[in-house]
Design a protein around this ligand. Structure first.
Ligand SMILES: [Zn+2]
Length: 76
């Protein structure tokens, strides 16, 4: 039942296929995304809670752990 991953299972909505590259901390999430999960900003499936209306926070969550990828284009 347990699938080993060497990275956080949060998948950014930017591009749809980019995973956060931080190492897993708890629940398959890195520490940053696990804490976001505890705050209810992430759902149990690892996606951002649609009820989170703070766009800056959403962007921060989306960008965390994503490296080697120019994401400036998502900044409006
Ligand atoms: Zn993460």
């Amino acid at each position: 039942m347990k699938t080993f991953r060497d990275h956080c299972r949060f998948r950014t909505s930017v591009g749809g296929v980019l995973f956060c590259q931080d190492p897993p901390y708890e629940h398959g999430l890195c520490r940053f995304h696990y804490e976001a999960y505890l705050r209810g900003e992430l759902l149990a499936n690892g996606q951002i809670n649609e009820l989170l209306s703070d766009q800056d926070r959403r962007r921060e969550i989306n960008r965390h752990g994503i490296r080697e990828q120019p994401l400036d284009y998502i900044l409006e």
